[in-house]
Design a binder for this molecule. Sequence first.
Ligand code: R5P
Length: 295
Amino acid sequence: MGNDSSGGELKVHAFADGAAYARQIARRLEVGFAPIKLHRFPDGESLVRVAPSAGRHAVLVRTLSDPNSKIFDTLLAADALRHAGANRVSLIAPYLAYMRQDKVFHRGEPISQRVIGRLLGEAFDSVLTMEPHLHRVKSLGEVIPCEASTVAVASAVARWVKREARRCVVVGPDGESRKFVEAIARAAEAEWIVGEKTRYGDRRVKIDFPRIPGVKHAVIVDDIASSGVTLAAAVRELRSHRIEPVDAVVVHALFAPGAMTLIRRAGARRVVSCDTIAHPTNAIKTASLFAEALR
Ligand code: R5P
């Protein structure tokens, strides 16, 4: 059994849906792994059961895609881990949902980011996540009131770009992606541009790019692909500038039904993702980045 930085016994825990990813983290850290059992009662309530001995520092690994069903079980598991002996409970959420609703966009709406942040901050001593779409706040600590930090994935994406797309231009679909795109392009020693995106609804966006003469190969990078309309619009627009081939790399592969078809129909050559959410497009491994951060 390994030790955390404060000298306590460390154990990694996960529900069945994230066991493979969590095991990679445990292996890297050379610490124990324990599965969490989940029972659904006929009325829909959940009962979670963690290992009887949680370790003094219990690390729960759970990606929070499909969040409405997962967040509550995750909070129950945090409580169970404390009752099973943990005096420190950490959450590694490779994907953290509800981060995009970070202000009242229209009167009558909540700031969902803060609501989820408060719940997690109360349940966990620390939270680690990756590229959580923080655009109007400086740090995750402002959102989650505990030791909250983010793990950067730009270097891993840059390695893919360098290996698979030499001499490409790295493209961000909108101004919000600027920092991420710049970090990847710098590390991959590539040129970069960002577009201007206007969203008209969940499934309607328009993207304009500046003129980029002489570019042949583009790799669009984005933090999230959900409906797929952002990537599809970016691919179409770049191809209308006679840029070909166009590849796309996303961190969090939410890919709602129909998203991949939309992106492929727009003419994307390759669509790849990081493995923060299990998906057939996963090509960039991220578990070791969390292990390093935890170490
Ligand atoms: C938005 O600002 C994000 O960075 C993504 O571009 C967006 O969430 C992608 O969503 P969709 O695939 O539904 O266009």
